[in-house]
Write a protein that binds this ligand. Sequence first.
Ligand SMILES: NCc1[nH]cc(CCC(=O)O)c1CC(=O)O
Length: 309
Amino acid sequence: MRQEKLKIATRQSPLALWQANFVKDRLTEIYPDLTVELVPMITKGDVILDTPLAKIGGKGLFVKELENALLNGEADIAVHSMKDVPMAFPAGLGLSVICKREDPRDAFVSNRYRSLHELPPGAIVGTSSLRRQCQLKTLRPDLKVQSLRGNVGTRLSKLDKGDYDAVILASAGLIRLGMRERIASFIETEISLPAAGQGAVGIECRTGDERVQKLLAPLADAETTACVLAERAMNNRLQGGCQVPIGGYAVLNGDELHLRALVGALDGSKIIRAEGKSAVKNAEVLGVRIAEQLLAQGADKILADVYND
Ligand SMILES: NCc1[nH]cc(CCC(=O)O)c1CC(=O)O
């Protein structure tokens, strides 16, 4: 019998490799006879490191090369952080499964202070996320927010060099990389609403590839899928790429989804919030409805200002 094979296209950052290996391990656990191979690649987002992502403006900066590999058959699946995955897929590709979410919260990381509240007036906080920036500025208008890019290790070494008093990162990335002890405190979602899809890993593949889709099916997590679908529908209705001051986070209570979302002005001068509930099966309808509530309150004006800036 011919040995079954599956190739995973992945970025080469430690976190991307962790996620690809996580999927590989799950698959080989379920299918001991399957040979799973990683195909490491470099994306545009990995190369341009000194420009805030919002200014580069490319949607899917971290996924395009991986998608090309799927389309030309160099690989069968691509493993992504859901937060970096655009809504629209190229013809012939689609999201196949969303795996169980890691802690969705943002993490406060500092060598000197235990929490945002402990930071002295005027402290320098590193983040390149517009979403984190606007929420930080709302809570603490005195803080100086400075750009911070690079993969998780690079960001931590910039903190350790003393360039910042604290940095904000996704908890999920730190936990997955075995660096949970670097988290001084978890920032509750009431203070910093996460990005749509934060903490969840998704797998993209060719829409017509039934063999691969069948292999992937057991990796799907129903609860995470419902939550992330609602969050992404909200983001999509706002035309938000991944680099916008939009937060969205859903939880499931029994059969009821609860979605909270916000759009913020970068200087923290204004944050628009909306929330709502629905049955799980209406996850995407809920996302659109919450987005429309944000728009009705003037979210479009704030987002237009961000894009024109
Ligand atoms: N934008 C980069 C990115 N994409 C996914 C994660 C972390 C892990 C996750 O959210 O799944 C990060 C780093 C960060 O925001 O600190």
